[in-house]
Design a protein around this ligand. Structure first.
Ligand code: SAM
Length: 280
């Protein structure tokens, strides 16, 4: 479906209002291709019909879902950004357990894509937590195709190539060309379809998280939507809880509410411990 700049802006703004995902001006052809894919075999004759349907008649959001499934970028792999995971496992988890004496920790993987991130966290927790400490991982994404794959927990070589060999042998079952995540790792992870831009839906998962991972997601958002999502994460974390963004992302232009802490050789963001916290 060919459309001009005016139509592009209308659709771009609609996507932005609903999801926080911002498609820049130079991506008009990309969006056209994505719309074409989402509309394969559909009934719409032209752009006007399509956008009208999206805005006013798509009550069960099925057309919008098809479009968003095309637009999202689900690139991920097991043990992505290893040094950051080391900081989590070797410094943040021990600090939290020592300080709180908790017997159960709660983690969020926001923008979990096809599941590699939450399963990686589950493997690390399984390895690192003392036997009297339990954990649960809530994993969220807007893309239901990605979530379907995540729940299956079956992966090809390219997804697991950075997983340490000993964990690959211990926590996956290899069958033909696929690696299946073992049930003991899957059991602690629950997947839900959630738009991170929907603050009340996010908050319904609780405000008692110890760790929030939102890596390589906010890069697709505008600055205003990043501020909105991060302020919801702030409210979802326990005082002293940690937030991890992607290695190329930073909170510096988003908020000063978190403390930047040096843990060993790593820098991590922690919600202040004092009850008052800081202003967002
Ligand atoms: C590049 S992947 C990151 C996967 C993983 N966190 C990692 O770092 O490897 C980005 C994911 O964010 C999801 N996403 C983008 N916008 C979202 C939104 N508004 N709500 C929920 N998920 C979103 C996409 O569907 C995609 O699966």
């Amino acid at each position: 479906m060919v459309f001009g700049f005016k139509e592009f802006k209308e659709l771009r703004n609609f996507i932005y209002e609903k999801t926080g995902i911002f498609i820049p001006d130079n991506k008009i052809y990309l969006l056209q291709r994505k719309v074409d894919k989402a509309l394969k075999g559909s009934k719409f004759k032209n752009f006007e019909e399509y956008i009208k349907y999206l805005k006013f008649y798509d009550t069960n959001k099925s057309e919008f879902t098809k479009l968003i499934n095309e637009i999202t970028i689900n690139e991920t792999h097991f043990f992505r950004d290893f040094p950051q995971l080391q900081a989590f496992a070797e410094y943040c988890v021990p600090e939290l357990l020592e300080r709180t004496k908790k017997r159960k920790i709660k983690l969020l993987s926001a923008g979990c894509a096809t599941g590699e991130e939450p399963y990686t966290l589950s493997i690390i927790c399984n390895e690192m937590l003392p036997s009297n400490v339990d954990y649960s991982i809530i994993a969220l994404d807007i893309d239901d195709n990605a979530l379907k794959k995540a729940k299956e927990g079956s992966y090809l070589e390219r997804s697991v190539k950075f997983a340490p060999k000993k964990y690959l042998n211990k926590y996956f079952i290899k069958y033909n060309d696929s690696y299946y995540v073992r049930e003991e790792i899957k059991n602690n992870v629950s997947f839900y379809k959630v738009n991170l831009f929907d603050s009340s839906h996010l908050l319904s998962f609780g405000s008692d998280f110890d760790f929030i991972f939102c890596r390589n997601v906010l890069i697709y958002f505008s600055e205003i939507s990043r501020i909105k999502v991060v302020s919801t994460f702030y409210n979802m974390l326990e005082p002293g809880g940690y937030i991890f963004l992607g290695s190329s992302e930073s909170l510096s232009r988003i908020t000063t509410a978190f403390e930047l802490k040096k843990m060993g050789e790593f820098l991590v963001y922690q919600k202040p411990l004092s009850k008052e916290g800081r202003n967002l």
